[in-house]
Ligand binder design. Structure first.
Ligand SMILES: Cc1cc2nc3c(=O)[nH]c(=O)nc-3n(C[C@H](O)[C@H](O)[C@H](O)COP(=O)(O)O)c2cc1C
Length: 313
């Protein structure tokens, strides 16, 4: 096993760097640029039972340190994924994680059952989209979340990842509910609710009024969510939120994530994930680690030692 290989929630990755859902489509636009097999994994755009049209424009707005989006989970639907995207994607030697969305438990279950039968690598339940009317129903109600994850758990033996929202007062109640219902791993975080106002018209820029903030601005929030969950629960984590450099990735590993995903940074430089994969060994060794596993949870251990009164190690 190479020093870069990791396992997260039972999902084996050749390296700990994935690309985040919704920022890489189903991979086609990136395939002419580099070999997708170099990625640790691809978290595809959300897949729903039927095609979803998404929100009316304007759908994106740039900010000083990130972007707001209100795409609204536009996607061509499950059948298109099974007929067109999966047969094309499966040729690459990388873990394919299907991001699943739905308006009801039955819809999440139907998509999960179908992609499990198709043989994808893992399922990631998106319960944290701030850009559709009912996108946060499951992600901000522990009982609803427990019910959803329990139902999905019954129909798949694949690694089951639940993607949590930062639009709550903290991750722990939701992380606990997901883990107790059978989640193998959590991904943290989805986008942070925000608004952009057009200075000339005085109106909201986005057609949906609110959008999800991503990029460097949310990195400290994401690190907080990862650290809090890692310190409290024995569950594997995939960290995401503003990761743009190998040093950013190391920070997420130290906070307790077993792997990371690169999202918005890809819009500025589509090779960002590859650069991080190439530079990670040097960044780890500069920080004093030989392997990814050595780095994981470093900050968590320090936090526990501080809590136990043993000071910094
Ligand atoms: C344009 C856009 C579309 C997204 N679509 C999805 C999606 O379909 N499902 C999902 O779980 N997250 C989606 N996300 C959230 C990202 O996967 C990621 O969690 C978030 O953007 C934080 O990472 P980043 O700051 O590196 O982008 C989307 C983000 C962006 C910017």
């Amino acid at each position: 096993m190479s020093a870069q290989a990791v396992s997260v929630g039972g999902l084996s990755l050749k390296n700990p760097v994935l690309v985040a859902s919704g920022t890489f489509g189903y991979g086609r636009e990136f395939a002419p640029l580099f070999d997708l097999s170099r990625l640790g994994g691809i978290m595809v755009k959300g897949v729903s039972v039927t095609p979803w049209a998404g929100n009316a424009g304007v759908r994106v707005a740039e900010t000083e340190s990130g972007m707001l989006n209100a795409i609204g989970l536009q996607n061509p639907g499950l059948q298109h994924f099974l007929d067109v995207d999966w047969p094309w994607l499966r040729r690459f030697d990388t873990a394919v994680v299907v991001n699943v969305v739905g308006h009801s438990v039955a819809e999440y279950v139907a998509v999960t059952e179908a992609v499990t039968a198709a043989g994808v690598g893992a399922v990631e339940l998106n319960v944290s989209c701030p850009n559709i009317a009912d996108g946060l129903v499951f992600g901000t109600d522990e009982r609803a979340l427990f019910g959803l994850v329990s139902a999905v758990r019954k129909v798949t033996a694949l690694p089951l990842i639940v993607k949590l929202s930062p639009n709550t007062s903290g991750p722990l109640p939701y992380a606990r509910a997901a883990v107790e219902a059978g989640a193998d791993a959590l991904s943290l975080i989805n986008t942070v609710l925000g608004v952009a106002i057009d200075r000339n018209s005085g109106q909201t820029v986005l057609g949906n009024r609110t959008g999800g903030l991503s990029g460097p601005a949310i990195r400290p929030i994401a690190l907080r969510f990862v650290l809090e969950v890692a310190a409290a629960l024995p569950v594997d984590l995939i960290g995401m939120g503003g990761i743009a450099t190998a040093q950013d990735a190391v920070s997420f590993l130290q906070a307790g994530a077993g792997a990371v995903a690169v999202g918005t940074a890809l819009f500025r430089d589509p090779w960002t994930a590859l650069r991080i994969i190439d530079e990670l060994p040097a960044a780890l060794s500069t920080a004093g680690y030989q392997t990814v596993d050595e780095a994981v949870g470093r900050a968590v251990r320090q936090e526990r030692e501080r809590r136990d009164g043993r000071g910094r190690s």
